[in-house]
Design a protein around this ligand. Sequence first.
Ligand SMILES: [Ca+2]
Ligand SMILES: [Ca+2]
Length: 286
Amino acid sequence: MICSLVCAWFIHVHGSEHKKQNAFVGKGASSSFAFYPTLCSTTTYIDQCATSATLNAEAGQSNYTWNTGATTQSIIVNASGTYWWETIDLNNNKVTNGNFSDGNTSFTSQYTYATPSSGALYPEATYTVTTNPRNVHPNFATFRDHTGNRNGNMMVVNGAPTAGVTIWQQSIDVQPNTDYIFSVWFTSVYPTNPGKLNFSINNSPLGDPIELTTIPASLDRADWKNFTVRWNSGTSISAVIGIVNQNTAADGNDFALDDIVFAPVCRNYFNVTLRSNPAKPTIIPL
Ligand SMILES: [Ca+2]
Ligand SMILES: [Ca+2]
């Protein structure tokens, strides 16, 4: 009863603030209310008579990082306090033409560009920008770009057996002392010897090797996978970001990439207040 009264008062006094924050105020012994922040760096306020609250990060992320160490979309917290989860600020992508919609522009490659046509990618160490790998090599798989758009472009590469060659590179401006995520979607376009690559920044390798997976011999679909690496800009105000081939296999080693993002990490905060029921009074027998 006491808790209900306290919470009723709190909702009355702070209701307008909570509405503005688009948060839901609930009460009860436990909570399964959903919270979906839509903007990065916002704070969602939660205040409820409960011993726990469920915090839901925005759906559709490829990975989740909470300050508690959790990596799931939702977490249950049992104490008042400030919690946050990190994501990529996609509204601040520094890459130009990362989805290749503008074709073969805004980036450089140490491989040779081939104008899209049947068999254009027969030679090793060539690349193109096209809507279907089969369009440029009869032995490559047939599929759409990463977003599944029939008219969407991707970069298709016939990898060559020389390590340390830059496949894709672009110079970008960055803010100093900021954490960034470099994110790329890759798939093999041929089953043999899936590609091995590295992220690079300012011509130094960064992060774990990017090891692609094979695709079915039927060559009827892609296996798009997302690879990311984190980087702190330090004192830099610009960076040369790149993707470097590390596979020395002669056969196969052919792949596609799409939706390149280089954007700051941002955090969404939850400010949680949990109000427990007070202890029941002790009834002393007469
Ligand atoms: Ca695309
Ligand atoms: Ca090849």
